[in-house]
Ligand binder design. Sequence first.
Ligand code: GLN
Length: 203
Amino acid sequence: SPRVGVLALQGDYDAHALALEEAGAQAVAVRLPTELFELDALVIPGGESSALLKLMARDGLFDALRDFAAKKPVFGTCAGCILLARRVVAPKQPSLGVLDVTVERNAYGRQIESAILRTPTTLGGEPIETVYIRAPRIMATGPAVEVLAMRDGSPVLVRQNHVLASTFHPELTADRRVHRLFCTMAMEYGRIDRDLTRPIDVA
Ligand code: GLN
């Protein structure tokens, strides 16, 4: 089974670790750059992206995460999606820049306006239950970004080669299709020492 790290600085990392184990991965908590060694993949959970950025500024973690995300599979949910994005607006903030999307923070309102919706996906099977908590909105996607699910015309689940991101929280529902997809990505790409200058062909 793939060894998948979960960034455990802040936010709902425990729910992701459990979801990964249910999807067949070995979940490993990550708080330090050295804990990224020998992982096949990494999840960046939801939480508060500005708080996560401050914690990532310590111990060289921001640079270590950017290097990791440039070559190994990463999955960002909600705040994690914001951190992976190439461009973050409203308010503007730095990010790892490995996913070619523009993201608007808190686009769907405050905590009490958070929602649970059923959304069709390209994953096969029934529509997926999607939980949004002060979710960002993906405003624009680059040509290499594949949209796997949409809400009101905006992408909510996207993939660019080895990078997966959702604006909702798949770890908070019982459906494990999204985490299983990420485990497959971890096994396909995680153990390859890739040439970073070349894009990966996605079948
Ligand atoms: N609103 C948060 C942010 O801007 C994201 C919320 C979440 O991860 N549930 O980082």
